[in-house]
Design a protein around this ligand. Structure first.
Ligand SMILES: NC(=O)c1ccc[n+]([C@@H]2O[C@H](COP(=O)([O-])OP(=O)(O)OC[C@H]3O[C@@H](n4cnc5c(N)ncnc54)[C@H](OP(=O)(O)O)[C@@H]3O)[C@@H](O)[C@H]2O)c1
Length: 278
């Protein structure tokens, strides 16, 4: 099985490193195209001899195409690959905001995507360390075997969930896609709050990160409801109760819901902005 990557940057590296580590493919199975000589040399040094700049006939031989260039240049890039595309290939896109129908148009110049096997994914950045969340949607032509193949190839990036509705990927954007930044913002707020209480910055950062990590591991290891976990560390008239009251009085849950909706709505807008201009 030959797997071609169009784009060999951060996201492609995460996927390829994971696949090689878990032995789901070898460097000989890979074909990678990039845009610079520096990247060609970097991939060759990692053992992927079939690395090149731009498109070539070798892409026609690949069974799987992984689309891993920036969304804004996908249309222009795929134009030069169209001649090597055929509908028997499985296409996996990691590009944010590009719908299955936009990708189908960029690949074939046609609106008819019924025959095309496209898996559109929405990964988040912890995929780079194997701790990502990957939401995915498969076009109807993708077979059960190809879904399993996708799972096998991408599982080293993190948790994978397939959705029946493509629109759910906008919701995935609102939670896991953008959510990493929400957590960073909360961590920043913890650090700033700790410094106001007398902490030095370095210790505040370490304590904030360890607190988030500890809470995350507790949530992961427990089968209790999240509210039960919260209640279990909130004694009547205690310190935590006072702090949580402040969050509640200032509408923390409403703020989070509004922020997620804003990310969701922007994802929908982006899909329109990135759609082919026919
Ligand atoms: N990074 C993440 O955590 C993350 C998370 C979610 C989704 N994504 C999605 O992943 C995709 C890639 O993002 P990234 O972070 O990996 O970007 P990146 O590190 O900038 O990589 C982009 C790659 O595209 C290559 N490229 C540019 N023009 C090309 C062309 N004409 N033909 C072939 N390759 C070309 C670049 O080549 P050079 O190496 O020579 O510059 C580079 O290898 C994006 O669509 C993004 O939405 C990324």
């Amino acid at each position: 099985m030959k797997i071609a990557f169009i784009g060999g940057g951060n996201m492609a590296s995460a996927i390829i490193d994971g696949m090689l580590e878990q032995g789901s493919c070898s460097t000989d199975d890979l074909l990678i195209s990039v845009s610079s000589e520096a990247s060609v040399q970097r991939w060759r040094a990692k053992g992927v001899a079939n690395t090149q700049i731009g498109a070539s006939a070798a892409f026609a031989e690949a069974d799987i195409w992984v689309l891993a260039v920036k969304p804004q240049i996908m249309e222009e890039v795929l134009l030069s690959y169209q001649g090597y595309f055929s509908s028997d290939k499985l296409v996996i896109s990691v590009a944010a905001g590009l719908t299955v129908s936009s990708l189908a148009y960029f690949l074939t110049d046609s609106d008819d995507d019924t025959e095309l096997k496209i898996i559109r994914t929405m990964p988040n950045t912890p995929s780079l360390i194997g701790e990502g969340v990957i939401g995915a949607y498969c076009s109807t032509a993708v077979t059960e075997h190809e879904r399993e193949l996708f799972n096998t190839l991408f599982k080293a990036c993190g948790r994978i969930d397939l959705f029946e509705q493509e629109s759910m990927l906008d919701a995935v954007t609102g939670l896991s896609g953008s959510g990493i930044a929400y957590v960073y913002l909360f961590a920043e707020a913890l650090v700033e709050g700790a410094m106001a209480l007398g902490y030095d910055q370095a210790t505040a950062r370490e304590h904030a990160v360890q607190t988030l990590k500890g809470a995350t591991l507790m949530m992961e290891q427990s089968t209790d409801e999240l509210a039960t976990l919260r209640q279990s560390v909130t004694s009547k008239k205690g310190t935590t109760e006072q702090a949580l009251r402040v969050f509640q009085a200032n509408g923390l849950k409403e703020i989070v819901a509004a922020a997620m909706l804003a990310a969701h709505d922007r994802a929908q807008e982006l899909a329109t902005e990135l759609a082919p201009k026919k």
